[in-house]
Design a protein around this ligand. Sequence first.
Ligand code: C2E
Ligand code: MG
Ligand code: MG
Ligand code: MG
Length: 289
Amino acid sequence: EAKRDRQSVWRVYSEPMGLRAVSDIRLERDLRRAIENRELDVFYQPEVFLKSGRLYSFEALARWDHPTRGRIGPVDFIPLAEETGLIIPLGEYVLSEACRQMEIWNRLRPGLGDCTVSVNVSALQLRQRNFADRVLEALERNGLGPGQLQIEITESAAAADLEASMRTFSQLRELGVRIALDDFGTGYSSLSHLRKFPLDAVKLDRSFVSEVTEESKMYRVVASVIRLAHALDLEVIAEGVETEEQISTLRELGCDIGQGYWFARPMSGPKTLEVIGSWRDLNLLPGAG
Ligand code: C2E
Ligand code: MG
Ligand code: MG
Ligand code: MG
């Protein structure tokens, strides 16, 4: 308590509002330039079927190589991009780049089948009246079929404007694009959203996965979330899978898909192409044969 007081006093004196604004303005200017100059990178992380070890998707994750600050992760610039509206051009760039990559992988690695590329989308993008048209345009421009795209939206982003979400989700699904509810379990009133939104999958938040062991309370919680999702015909993707124990527990619970450092960290496009090439040779899953 005393510590918190000291910290907030310190903050008041050391970061007067003007200063903080200046550093934000600087970062905003840099980010705007980075988007224009294509300084943003997209990394990819596999989502993997837990039964077969087959590839389900590659999630596109934005990275920023800042000229003086080095590599900046999305938690440090996505919120700013959302506040400033820069998330619109940034999101379009990531979407287009992800479609372009996926089309290249299709060509160079035939047999990827219905593996998708997954793109994170923010609330502001979802609110654009023509968002579905923009998605279609990005698919067509890059020669990718809609069945090979998955859109990931957090529950809170989807809930921020229910009407816009429902409309856009329906339009996207009509195109054949898959929709996954991201960070599931961290937002509010999950059940009603799950029931109403037209969805294909839920991504169980990492905080659940990190605590799922056979003896834990989380085991029972995750078991019922998976049952609930299956009752609604949704696939379940577990985020942040880091250990073999988590994999066997999740498989035992009937979780469909996993993503996490245990399988692979997010990788550059070229590295991903390599990994796709050798994927079937990997003995991926404990007990999967
Ligand atoms: P997310 O969509 O939930 O993405 C998963 C995050 O978990 C990624 O962090 C990924 O690197 C990390 N992760 C994956 N496996 C593991 C694991 O086993 N252990 C741990 N500790 N972490 C793991 P990242 O790349 O830092 O991205 C953070 C968030 O930033 C994303 O969370 C997403 O909400 C947002 N984001 C990233 N790229 C974009 C984008 O292009 N557009 C939008 N709107 N948001 C983005
Ligand atoms: Mg995501
Ligand atoms: Mg997530
Ligand atoms: Mg997350």
